[in-house]
Design a protein around this ligand. Structure first.
Ligand code: C2O
Ligand code: CU
Ligand code: CU
Length: 494
């Protein structure tokens, strides 16, 4: 059957359409949001799985799924059949056990992005590979003082990461704040992008798109196309925004509302900061406080300049970048009705640690580069000069090689340089980074992130405290096509 248009839906009368469209086998309304009053598409929150008595036990299956995206039925890949997968809510000190099953046709694994947990054995181990049809039992033990915040999970099997995330495999992890900011409600907003072909299947990705870093045609919030949310004036909401796009940067604005940044990636800021715009590289998260004012507002993503391959591809067409030049409306916020009472002040959070006050045991420079490769990575492209190489310190990823060795209990300073014409968002597993020099100048207040953008031909300096865990893990570009093409290194900390 052909998808109903919005006009047809309205003509049918929104309520009861589920029954009228029974031919869709009930699939019609199971994902991507139900019908709310007025026939709009209400923002749906992913299912929540919360820990109890210090434990969260769950099963996750990565498998093909049929979901509804906008006006179409789509064949995607999802955790437990929904896109995004369930939201996991845990606390410092918790043990999280995930029985992960691979129902895909390609190998996969699971990564808990941003969590400060052991990378060894069946912890957050990026070297695990789960073959199709196989399962693996992960166990993550969060330290008692784990920073609160919004984190996420996604597959991390080298060579398949971008494809699997672009297909729909991601979900949110919330580490509860022991002293939460009082809000009328919280919303998880997982922003992702996807490209479907005419029959609703995942579109092919060209080698060129992989080199640039694919950007999906349709940008989703919680798997929905431009959903709508309601609030009363004078309410305070907490928005947990995850950039789950494989390559797309998001510059977010919300016109007509008072917006404050409460957290970026890790922990929370001592005081929320007034913002009008906030930029997320792939993998970044922000927590935003929205103090609502009457009216209709749009959460909008404005394109971000992240460089191009112009200067590298001989005879390349001008404008050889991602080519996203239109702002995208992500979400409509409708604020109406009786005003709520005053939300009250936001209690101050704990002061942030500042590694600039601590001795530095080692300094390293790590260079991200693109070169002209011979081009047969992943068997997709052959012939000299067609496929570029994506390297860190001149080398492509090799899981067997250890690129950096550090010592537990030390602080290091890393100068991250980029000798290529495209930005690379650098991500380190397990240990968060404090950005100390950015754009050539000192960062005044402590700024903690787990994905740090290194601008084209630029550099950024971070400090890292290697503590609590030892083990071997990875750092990489979070433009996941670049990671799959080789822009990843290994680090062993003992
Ligand atoms: Cu979000 Cu190593 O990844
Ligand atoms: Cu990660
Ligand atoms: Cu990159």
């Amino acid at each position: 059957m052909s998808p109903l248009t919005r006009r047809q839906l309205l003509a049918l009368g929104a309520v009861g359409v589920g029954a009228a469209a029974a031919g869709a086998g009930g699939l019609w309304w199971t994902s991507g949001g139900g019908v709310t009053r007025g026939g709009g598409r209400g923002l749906v929150q992913p299912e929540v799985l919360a820990s109890r008595d210090g434990v969260l036990d769950l099963a996750l299956e990565a498998a093909p799924a049929r979901v509804r995206i906008g006006a179409r039925e789509a064949s995607v890949q999802a955790f437990n059949g929904s896109l995004p997968g369930p939201t996991l809510r845990v606390r410092g000190g918790d043990t999280v056990r995930v029985a992960m099953t691979n129902g895909l046709e390609t190998p996969t694994n699971l990564h808990v992005h941003g969590l400060h947990v052991s990378p060894e054995n069946n912890g957050d181990n990026p070297f695990v590979s789960i073959d199709p049809g196989e399962s693996f039992d992960y166990e993550y033990v969060l330290p008692q003082d784990h920073p609160p915040g919004t984190y996420w999970y996604h597959p991390h099997k080298h060579g398949h990461v971008a494809d699997q995330i672009a297909a729909g495999l991601y979900g949110t992890i919330v580490v509860e704040d022991p002293d939460p900011v009082p809000v009328a409600r919280e919303r998880v907003l997982v922003v992702s992008d996807i490209t479907l072909d005419g029959s609703g299947n995942l579109a092919e990705v060209s080698p060129r798109q992989r080199m640039i870093g694919r950007e999906g045609e349709t940008v989703l919030v919680n798997g929905q196309v431009r959903p709508e949310a309601d609030a009363a004036p004078g309410e305070r909401e907490l928005w947990r925004v995850v950039n789950a796009c494989p390559s797309r940067y998001l510059s977010l604005t919300l016109d007509g509302q008072d917006l404050r940044l409460l957290a970026r990636d890790v922990g929370r800021l001592p005081e929320p900061v007034d913002v009008t715009e906030v930029t997320l590289a792939p993998g970044n998260r922000v927590e935003l406080l929205v103090d609502t004012r009457e009216g209709t507002s749009t959460l909008r993503a404005t394109p971000v300049e992240r460089g191009s391959m112009d200067t590298m591809m001989g005879g390349a067409t001008p404008g050889d970048g991602p080519g996203n030049d239109e702002p995208i409306d992500l979400l409509i916020l409708e604020v109406a009705g009786d005003p709520a009472g005053e939300a009250g002040p936001v209690p101050a959070g704990p002061a942030l640690r500042d590694l600039r006050d601590e001795p530095v045991a080692a300094r390293r420079t790590i260079d991200f580069a693109m070169g002209m490769g011979m081009g047969d990575r992943m068997g997709r492209m052959r012939g000299p000069g067609q496929m570029m190489s994506f390297t860190i310190d001149g080398r492509e990823f090799d899981a067997e090689r250890t690129d950096q060795r550090g010592r537990v209990g030390t602080v290091e300073e890393w100068i991250l340089t980029n000798s290529s014409p495209m930005d690379h968002p650098m991500h380190l597993h397990v240990w968060p980074m404090q950005v100390v020099i950015d754009g050539g100048s000192d960062v005044s207040v402590p700024r903690w992130q787990d994905v740090v953008n290194i601008p084209a031909f630029g550099e950024v300096t971070v400090r890292v405290a290697f503590e609590d865990f030892d083990g071997r893990t990875v750092y990489h570009c979070h433009i996941l096509d670049h990671e799959d093409l080789g822009m990843m290194g290994t680090i062993e900390v003992r």
